[in-house]
Design a protein around this ligand. Sequence first.
Ligand SMILES: [Zn+2]
Length: 461
Amino acid sequence: MTDIRVFQRNQIGGCVTVISTEYKGDIHRIMIDYGSFLPGSGKEKDFQYPWDEEPVDAVFFTHYHGDHVGRLMEIPENVPLYMGVTARQVMINIQDALGKSEHVQDAALHRAEAALLKDDSRVHVFRWGERTYEHITLPGFTIEPYSVDHSAYDAYMFLIEAEDADSPDGRYRILHTGDFRGHGRRGKVMLRVIYKYVRDYGKRRVDALVIEGTMMSRPGEKVLTEPQMQREASKFLKEHKWAFLVCSSTNLDSLASFYQAAQSTNLRYGRYMYVYNDYFREQLKLFTETAGDWAEVYRFDKVALLPAFDFVPPGQRLDSPLSQGEMMEQFGFLAVIKPEDYQEAYIDRFVEAYREDRIKKMPVLIWSMWDGYLQEEYTGKDGKKYPNRAKNDKWISFIKRQEAKGIHVEHLHTSGHATPEMIAAVINAVDPQDRIYPMHTECAEAFRELPIREELKERIV
Ligand SMILES: [Zn+2]
């Protein structure tokens, strides 16, 4: 008898799923994700998993976002951890940087997490290729990770086969999607992967589907595909030679959209992407070496560090060498910054350059994060306004201050999560014969309104 428990499923964040089965007389369990609740979700404390009473054999991580991996350090030491090979390195880069940062309070904790992530006796990795997918076998389970498109790179869904005497062929199969979307560069492939690999061209039965529903509570949200956003960015950057960008350091697809857009603007030497620290440059280097190895669009070749305005790059003419700041004025730039007070000086340097007539236009700022962080209130399904718990006051005031200086703020972002149409397409493709578990959603009831077959609606639990 296979048992599936999805904890904290009616919130966006704090993801934890535990699957158990009986194998050779013993109960075996695997866990998928052990994440923290998202700030602003209204939850103050995560639940405690009973590690001693209900031990798990392994924890599998779908991707590196905090609401899926955030509680890694709380997992007992004897439990092996499984994750994507590149996802692991992205996380190591993050923890190494936090461990060294002066802006961070508990740096020692981050150093300990980095050490754990580097420990090969504890962390097991899987990878994917064009035609090869690895299978992991544990007592009572076979786990097949399949790559999915999400705003985190190297994200996975898992097909889990549990030994189950009650099942017609002795196996109970669960597809756990994790976070995914259909509108990224690799998004469309998901339905094909489901048909070809998960369903083995319709020959393999899936019993249960555990599926994310982040966007079910935002039905009106306009969603651009990544290539569409890249085209929008390209048009915008043609008009604006001096541009700042706010975008997550781990959102490979959107960073690629903006980087490529910056290269398409006919500036004489192309356009450099400046980043605010070494950590950010490390992540771009990692993405170039991994994703960039199979698709040109993911290569970041023109990258430089932002703070070195007075630095004179080598290879300059000796009679009139230009500092980096002067080069940025002359050749334009796309500079990634954080919406934090201490980074405002970067913008101000170019506002001053404009006032002193050294550049022809005011710099601009592209905001490529979820707009929900900037809204004081939101409109509920009843049409009424409610205070927005997810808002970030520091970011709101940062944006307001830039606008007050006369800086145009362009909102260009696309969601990392599946639209209701994509969710419906996945449910129909998987065709789960027993149960459907919505998770990572504040609006599970809306799953019944999806364009899926009637008998599938009845399987939603
Ligand atoms: Zn995520």
